[in-house]
Design a protein around this ligand. Structure first.
Ligand SMILES: O=C(O)C[C@@H](Cc1ccccc1)[C@H](O)SCc1ccccc1
Ligand code: NI
Length: 183
């Protein structure tokens, strides 16, 4: 099973690379990797397992955080309306997004960043994502608010972008124009 030992930390080159598209259908190896990533996120939210294996709670993880140059990510979370998002996604692509922005009022963290980085992280409020799921289904996701933020955070990892790259250096705590909090 994956633990925090497998998560690379800021400074590791994998976090600043643009990850390569993954061949489909998934090889057995890539299917196992993505399945392990999804299980890791689920385990990180389990009180007993997270304590037993010292897992930091997370709602998603991207393959570059395991040092893997692959466009794969896994998420497991409920949005603020209780809709569950729990799957692995391959070659996700944001095909459209709103001009309107959103943000988490308390800022963002990252499993690959072992420090607090205060600041508002502006994100698109609505995004449409095309991807292939762990089971091989081609899907189009229309995401808004918190779900849109989670997917943008993870897709950023596939493009070598860290959440703090989006924080306004002069006014880190000031919400951007045309933006409303998602929480
Ligand atoms: O490092 C990662 O990619 C996982 C992040 C994803 C994330 C961070 C901030 C906002 C949205 C997604 C971890 O989930 S950070 C820890 C965390 C745990 C619960 C809720 C939000 C963030
Ligand atoms: Ni992250």
């Amino acid at each position: 099973m994956l633990t925090m030992k497998e998560i690379v930390r800021e400074g590791h080159p994998a976090l600043r690379e643009v990850a390569k598209e993954v061949d489909l259908p998934l090889s057995a190896e890539n299917k196992q990797i993505l399945s392990d990533m999804l299980q890791f996120v689920k385990n990180s939210q389990d009180p007993e397992l997270s304590e037993k294996y010292d897992l930091r709670p997370g709602v998603g993880v991207a393959a570059p955080q395991l040092g893997l140059n692959k466009r794969m990510l896994a998420v497991h979370f409920e949005d603020l309306k209780g809709q569950l998002y729990s799957d692995g996604y391959i070659n996700p692509k944001i095909i459209s997004h709103s001009v309107e922005q959103t943000y988490i009022s308390t800022g963002e963290g990252c499993l690959s960043v072992d420090r607090e980085v205060p600041g508002i992280v502006p994100r698109h409020k609505r995004i449409t994502v095309k991807a292939t799921t762990l089971s091989g289904e081609e899907v189009t996701l229309r995401l808004k608010g918190y779900a849109a933020v989670v997917f943008q955070h993870e897709i950023d990892h596939l493009n070598g972008i860290m959440f703090y790259d989006h924080i306004n250096e002069e006014n880190p705590l000031s919400p951007p124009q045309n933006a409303t909090p998602c929480d």
